[in-house]
Design a protein around this ligand. Structure first.
Ligand code: AHR
Length: 862
């Protein structure tokens, strides 16, 4: 009887199921979706859908909804065998990142579109993690997985964040869970998992993917297409009228971001002429480099070695020991040759000690080939380190000089920290900056300088995080370290020098320190993924950050850190207002926990310091969304946005900031550029500045990135300013920043810009019509500067038409001759400078904005 009942029940259930299937297939309020990867490990999770489980339609068709972010940049970010769970209207995913680490990746999403920044939980059983299967049972997330050694394990979590220790399971249990199945998608067999989801979810994704591809097409537009874009247009004309209304905007809008990338610091802005002056180079810096790199030793029967016995300071632990019988020499060519000028004075200094107790004589020479340009003789008798200083004055110019230290006859000598510095540095500061490079930065009139990074700030692994305290004090006691960009940071340009430079050029200092996590793209320290300092160390670390505030602003009489500043030569406070915490970090749980800890501590003790948080490297996506959510939740003062995008993005995203909350967290656009050094790029950037000015009540600061790049040592293109050892090459993008920095305001003046196109009608007559493409490309912003009383009009014209712009507003308070600075040319031009002239201004002035131009018109107060 029981068996019959069961059979009837089963039959009934099957009937009901097949009726439901029929309904579902004819009216798909829910559909099947298949989640899979293409098999290429750098690919991400894709989706296809089906109403009948037979025909699968890929969404995209090749769109990856989430890619792995684990590991160092590029091809190391890999995803294998993801397992995806659809539960309670949310998506959860896990995957293995490689077959070595005892970590796996987790993420979740409410809509399959924006995914939570990934976390990489550690497993504590010393085994790796392969082929996961994710399921939910009795309210718990369960992951069953395999290992390279053939074992099977299970871990579980109540919140999808904290995971239990792995428990061994049988292979049957593992196999039983494995939902992976093969289906054909666009003629290719793919392995993945099938889920049943409401159809609107798929509809929404189909829309989002096609919208993203439509937007990408717009973002990739360029001026080369202007012939087609403006076909039929004879001319353009515009008018600009002001409404009489204005609003206060940030006076710190234009600043600079200095990072030691592209040899910007050592070999660049930092004026030291000797490379590896302290013998601290190592293979951590770069491939085959070591403590002897960039030094050449000569001497018959002589030898040299690197010693670490009794160094001049523990932070500077390597030094050279030269042994000779008949004489020896050690030479350094600096950074691709040392440039010296006849008659200029150079501070030469070195530390030396006698290694055998005997008195030794060394000659230090500036040489150009065989020619000696300057020399000095030093007698070394002490067995303890002693610093020797002298001034070298070359008798001729040279671009490829070298510094040679020669030991006469028999000798055994220790040498360290061999330095050569021009006395002519920016503002003649000792241990100062290369004057021409510093000047070109000062010429932007930046309102702030962000330093020291970028990725340099959070570093390549936890050991490489930038620790400010190691960069102040006597330069030979500073701790040099490898640079994430593949070379060495001497730290000679340290926090004291950065703050001093800010003061010298009237810019606010904006130091950025790591949030207790290293760069998520690290190639060292925990398989390159974003490690965090243990929470047990965060109290000390928070103190380290707050010590900086004390160092910069404190009273030397009461603060030991302020005393260090005073001893270095700056008793007055530096008046620090901003402190960046974190740089475009992955907004993982590890990051959030540490950032919140630091932010709370800093704000509790220093409520007037503006903490600058971070929202990732893109203008949208996971880190952006989650970073902003964090900013709103934690009421972060300011967040640092970054985006490097094509000119088309700027043209088609002009209202990006208009919808931002005016009352909440402010924006620092800390890194931005338009991927090129052509006029077309620079004009897109000028256009963006007009939109930033209109939003200067929300966007309080901005800085183009990267700033400097040395020819032959460039890791990132494009940059704002290129240079070599003798010359500086500002780009057209630089001139846009310079014009904007020199012509910023304190109030934004509302205005209406109308653009009309003249086109030929059907009957051959011409008529004036609106033209969307032109309206997007002929734009303006007007600001007033309360200090000078001047009014500044910025006009951008990214069209092939010289465009007359009627300036319709009251001008009686201004002088009749306005100053104009104009950058114009062909979109592909790279070598352009602003041209200065004057414009007579009356109440109805027409200014013709040249084709492809950026014009700044400054109306001077009477
Ligand atoms: O500006 C170059 C790099 O770009 C910065 O170091 C980093 O923050 C960003 O990824």
């Amino acid at each position: 009887m029981r068996i019959i009942l069961l059979a009837v029940l089963c039959f009934g259930m099957q009937q009901a199921a097949s009726a439901r299937n029929d309904r579902e297939e004819s009216h798909p309020d829910s559909v099947y979706v298949f989640t899979y990867t293409s098999g290429a490990s750098t690919d991400g999770i894709k989706m296809a859908y089906s109403v009948d489980r037979q025909t699968w339609i890929p969404i995209g068709p090749n769109h990856s909804f989430v890619k792995s972010d684990f590991g160092s940049w590029g091809s190391n970010k890999r995803m294998f065998t993801p397992s995806v769970l659809y539960d309670g209207g949310k998506w959860f995913a896990v995957w293995n990142v490689n077959d070595e680490v005892q970590q796996f990746a987790t993420t979740e999403s409410a809509n399959f579109w924006v995914w939570k920044p990934q976390d990489y939980p550690y497993l504590d059983n010393h085994e790796n993690f392969l082929c996961p299967c994710l399921l939910k049972q009795a309210g718990k997330y369960i992951v069953r997985y395999q290992t390279k050694s053939g074992n099977n394990y299970e871990i579980s979590s109540l919140d999808f964040r904290q995971w239990s220790s792995p428990q061994r399971i049988s292979s049957e249990e593992y196999n039983h869970t494995n939902r992976h199945t093969d289906v054909m998608v666009s003629g290719n067999k793919q392995s993945g998992e099938i889920h049943r989801v409401p159809y609107p979810l798929v509809k929404d994704l189909v829309y989002k993917v096609s919208d993203a591809s439509r937007r990408n097409t717009l973002y990739n537009e360029n001026c080369g297409e202007d012939g087609g874009r403006f076909r039929g247009v004879k001319s353009l004309k515009a008018s600009l009228s002001l409404t009489g209304e204005s609003k206060p905007i940030s006076t710190d809008l234009i600043g600079i971001f200095f990072e030691d990338i592209n040899y910007s610091a050592d070999g660049g802005l930092y004026a030291e002429l000797i490379q590896n002056r302290d013998f601290e180079y190592s293979n951590l810096d770069h491939g085959e480099w070591n403590a002897k790199s960039f030094w050449e030793f000569k001497g018959e029967g002589a030898s040299w070695e690197i010693s670490t016995d009794s160094p001049i300071h523990a932070n500077n632990s390597h030094y050279a020991v030269l042994k000779s019988e008949k004489g020896a020499s050690l030479s350094n060519n600096g950074f691709d040759g040392i440039v010296v000028k006849k008659g200029d004075t150079y501070d030469m200094s070195l530390f030396a000690k006698s290694m055998n107790g005997k008195r030794q004589t060394i000659t230090v020479m500036l040489k150009d080939g065989d020619k000696t340009l300057a020399s000095t003789t030093i007698k070394v008798s002490s067995e303890s380190w002693k610093q020797f200083n002298s001034i070298l004055t070359p008798t001729a110019d040279a671009d490829k000089a070298s510094l040679t230290i020669s030991l006469k006859g028999e000798g055994n000598i220790g040498l360290d920290f061999i330095s050569l510095f021009p006395q002519k540095t920016f503002k003649n500061r000792q241990n100062g900056l290369r004057a021409d490079l510093a000047q070109i930065l000062a010429d932007i009139k930046p309102r702030f300088i962000r330093f020291p990074g970028g990725c340099v700030s959070h570093g390549n692994g936890l050991e490489n995080m930038y620790r400010w305290i190691e960069t102040v004090g006597p330069i030979w006691e500073r701790k040099s370290q490898s640079n994430i960009w593949g070379y060495h940071q001497s730290k000679g340009l340290g926090f004291y020098e950065y703050f001093q430079f800010c003061e010298d050029i009237g810019a606010e200092p904006l130091p950025v320190l790591p949030a207790g996590v290293c760069c998520q793209n690290s190639s060292r320290g925990g398989h390159g993924q974003q490690g965090g300092l243990p929470m047990s160390e965060m109290d000390d670390y928070a103190q380290e950050l707050m010590n900086l505030i004390d160092w910069a602003n404190g009273d030397p009489k009461t603060s030991k850190y302020a005393k260090l500043r005073a001893e270095a030569g700056h008793p007055a406070p530096f008046n620090l207002k901003y402190l960046g915490v974190g740089n475009e970090d992955l907004i993982s749980d590890v990051f959030v926990e540490r950032f919140n800890y630091l932010n709370k501590k800093i704000k509790a003790k220093y409520p007037n310091i503006q903490v600058v948080g971070t929202v990732g490297p893109f203008f949208e996506g996971s880190d952006y969304e989650y970073g902003w959510e964090l900013a709103r939740d934690e009421k972060i003062d300011i967040v640092d946005e970054h985006y490097y995008v094509n000119p088309g993005w700027y043209i088609h995203s002009q209202n990006y900031y208009d919808i931002y909350d005016r009352e909440g967290t402010k924006v620092y656009l800390g890194e931005w550029a338009s991927r090129g050094n052509r006029l077309e790029n620079a004009l897109a950037e000028a256009l963006h500045v007009t939109n930033l000015e209109r939003n200067g009540d929300v966007v309080v600061m901005s800085s183009y990135a990267p700033l400097l790049a040395k020819h032959g040592h460039t890791q990132w293109n494009p940059d704002l300013i290129y240079f070599n050892n003798t010359d500086v090459f500002p780009t057209v993008n630089y001139y846009v920043q310079q014009l904007c920095g020199n012509n910023s305001g304190s109030r934004y003046v509302y205005g209406d810009m109308t653009v009309k196109a003249t086109v030929e009608g059907r009957n051959g007559n011409t008529m004036e019509v609106s033209n969307e493409a032109a309206s997007l490309r002929v734009r303006s912003s007007v600001v007033t500067d309360e200090k000078s009383g001047d009014m500044i009009i910025k006009l951008v014209n990214i069209t092939p038409f010289d465009t007359p712009v009627d300036l319709k507003f009251e001008t009686k308070d201004y002088q009749s001759q306005a100053e104009t600075s104009v950058i114009s040319g062909k979109p592909s031009d790279t070598d352009i400078k602003p041209v200065l002239s004057h414009l007579s201004v009356t109440e109805n002035t027409t200014y013709t904005a040249p084709a492809y131009s950026f014009s700044v018109i400054r109306l001077k107060k009477k």
